[in-house]
Ligand binder design. Structure first.
Ligand code: NAP
Ligand code: MG
Length: 511
């Protein structure tokens, strides 16, 4: 077995799947527990995508120690040089895009055009963050005293721990790793147990691009066993988490005890408003893509559609008609529109919410059933589901389902729509379809969310803009763009006195 540890993967045979290792201090290693777990294809659970290390605190501690050592050198590598490595990684990722997209579809189910987009998001982030290596600007400003110079510079934090979800398994890790690295931090990442392969692929690319040993470490395993120990470790200076609000609350409170910086990107229940004057065809196209893309398993998924009464019936009728025509199946088949739920538990949740919606008195307009015959026999498939006549107070209109279940809510007018949209625990993304510029600008101001789209669905963020939300969606940080640089650096103010005498701020005032 020993010789296999120098390679990232122990190649499988047709009967034996590949075995993947942790990457700690520049070495591909087994977990201290000697235990592994299987990663299965949700479109066909007979297909084992790979065997991954089930790591524990000892592995996490080792990775953090490696990252702490590596930080001593990495922080001194000039940022433009660090950026060159990130740039190389961008080019390698672009070359590997198709392979990585296929791996991702196989491990978590979303269709190929979306997994290609997921890898592309990492490519875009890498190019953007490589550019930051020659910026990372800080202010220089006049001192209040003569012959004195003042500026603020960005410093890296040290070891950063990252815990990520399964729905964007290359894109989300890239939003965390790439800015952290260009700023001079070192990283330990724990991907979701459903998608270790994609994050493994990203880390492997960074290593191939020249990231030195110990600077990036990946430790796979379960949240409670592998994620939790990161939060308590005194050497971890920052924790970046994307996932559910429930787990996020624990991450935030635990990290706070040792004053770690903590970025939380959490759940959503994103509204799309369709007003009477909307381009209805465009709104329908957006609704389908927003609600059923990634099988509704996006934090920014369109899960509430608030439709003004003048177009309500026409809109719902057409939406249902089109939702019924979506082809559900294995995302590796290019003709498929919607893949499976990521796992059995998520499918059960989706089906439970269908029952909740019915009991609450919403009208099930289409879908609602598991698909388990023929091509669907071995996967976690369900029909695209539309509830209509939903009351905004119902649980299906308030709680994040994270599946292909959308609630259509009728509304009277613009003001009513905004009120329904905002009257929710979350605040990630939002959208409005209207041709009235006054209403569009009012919505940009009044929708209480981190992101607002005009005449586009709630999904489709670009990497150079701030990404994140308000209320239970997060704790005020933003990923993407310059917000990420802000999170992964700390300001140091520097005063240089060249007067050759003691000058006292606030006390020595010119006559
Ligand atoms: P999750 O259950 O909260 O898990 C997220 C990550 O946390 C996983 O890696 C998980 O590991 C780990 N984890 C679980 N319990 C933990 C613990 N006690 N200590 C440390 N780590 C722990 O979320 P998910 O089901 O993967 O993802 C779906 C959720 O993510 C949705 O709520 C969605 O809205 C949200 N999301 C938000 C954004 C955003 O940017 N706002 C983006 C994407 C997704 P295991 O999986 O191994 O248990
Ligand atoms: Mg899987």
């Amino acid at each position: 077995m020993a010789d296999t540890l120098t390679s990232p993967v122990l190649a499988g045979t047709s009967n034996r799947p590949n075995i993947y290792h942790n990457f700690i201090d520049g070495e591909w290693v087994e977990a201290s527990t000697g235990e592994t777990f299987e990663n299965r294809n949700p479109a066909d659970t007979r297909d084992v995508v790979g065997i991954f290390q089930r790591s524990a605190k000892a592995d996490v501690d080792q990775a953090i120690d490696a990252a702490r050592q590596a930080f001593l050198k990495w922080r001194l590598v000039p940022a433009p040089r660090r950026a060159e490595i990130i740039y190389t990684a961008a080019e390698m990722l672009a070359e590997r895009k198709e392979d990585y997209a296929r791996d991702m579809t196989r491990e978590m189910g979303k269709v190929l055009k979306e997994t290609r987009g997921d890898v592309q998001e990492a490519v875009d982030t890498a190019y953007y963050m490589a550019g930051e290596g020659r910026r990372m600007f800080g202010p220089t400003t006049p001192s209040e005293l003569p012959n004195k110079f003042a500026m603020a510079v960005r410093h890296p934090l040290g070891v950063c721990a990252m815990i990520t979800p399964w729905n964007f398994p290359i894109a989300i890790p890239s939003w965390k790793l790439l800015p952290a690295l260009v700023c001079g931090n070192t990283c330990v990442i724990k991907p979701a147990q459903d998608t270790p392969l994609s994050t493994f692929n990203l880390v492997r690319t960074l290593v191939d691009a020249g990231v030195p040993k110990g600077v990036v470490n990946i430790v796979t395993g379960f949240g409670s066993e592998t994620g939790a120990p990161m939060l308590e470790h005194p050497e971890v200076r920052a924790v970046s988490f994307t996932g559910s609000s429930a787990v996020g609350r624990t991450i935030g409170t635990t990290s706070a005890k040792s004053f770690k910086h903590c970025s939380l990107e959490l759940g959503g229940k994103n509204p799309m408003i369709v007003l009477d004057d909307a381009n209805l065809e465009l709104a329908l196209e957006g609704a389908l893509w927003g609600a059923f893309g990634t099988t509704g398993q996006r934090c920014t998924a369109t899960s509430r559609i608030i439709v003004q009464k003048g177009v309500y019936h026409k809109f719902v009728h057409s939406l249902v008609d089109r939702a019924r025509k979506l082809r559900v199946g294995n995302g590796l088949d290019e003709s498929i529109d919607m893949g499976p739920a990521v796992n059995e538990k998520q499918l059960q949740t989706d089906l439970e919410y269908v029952e909740i919606g019915k009991q609450e008195g919403a009208k099930l307009a289409c879908g609602g059933n598991r698909l388990e015959k023929g091509d669907h026999a071995h996967g976690w498939f369900m029909e695209p589901t539309v509830f209509m006549d939903v009351n905004p107070k119902m649980r299906i209109a308030q709680e994040e389902i994270f599946g292909p279940v959308v609630s259509v809510i009728p509304c009277e007018n613009f003001e009513d729509a905004i009120q329904i949209a905002n009257n929710i625990e979350y605040g990630l993304s939002s959208a409005i379809y209207t041709r009235d510029v006054n209403k569009a600008f009012s919505a940009m101001r009044d929708l209480y969310a981190g992101i607002t789209y005009i005449n586009a669905p709630t999904i489709g963020a670009e990497v150079h803009l701030p990404f994140g939300g308000v209320k239970a969606t997060g704790n005020g940080h933003r990923e993407g763009g310059i917000g990420a640089i802000d999170f992964y650096t700390e300001w140091k103010s520097v005063y240089v006195d060249y007067s050759d005498r003691l000058q006292r701020a606030q006390i020595d005032r010119p006559e």
